[in-house]
Design a protein. Structure first.
Length: 89
């Protein structure tokens, strides 16, 4: 299953802590994809980070979401399950 985390900017500093988020996620999973975007929270634009991870381990995914929210001091981390990722060689 492919999971995507949506991480907003720091609530106090308004800065995106992308390097910290990737470092935390990389400690839990061998591989991931990270990309930046523009998100909106309560009608206001903010920089955001999306991290995608392919794994069958949903419990590990949920634990990482909680850790990211705690370490990045976020009110919430968005999490979507997208489906099965296929690797073609």
């Amino acid at each position: 299953m492919l999971y995507r985390y949506y991480i907003g900017s720091n609530n106090k500093t308004k800065k995106l802590e992308d390097k910290k988020a990737v470092r935390i996620a990389s400690q839990q999973f061998k591989g991931l994809t990270a990309f930046k975007g523009l998100g909106y929270w309560q009608g206001k634009p903010e920089q955001c980070l999306m991290i995608e991870i392919e794994t069958p381990n949903k419990n590990k995914v949920l634990a990482l979401a909680k850790e990211l929210a705690r370490e990045l001091k976020q009110n919430a981390i968005g999490l979507a399950s997208i489906g099965r990722l296929q690797f073609i060689s």
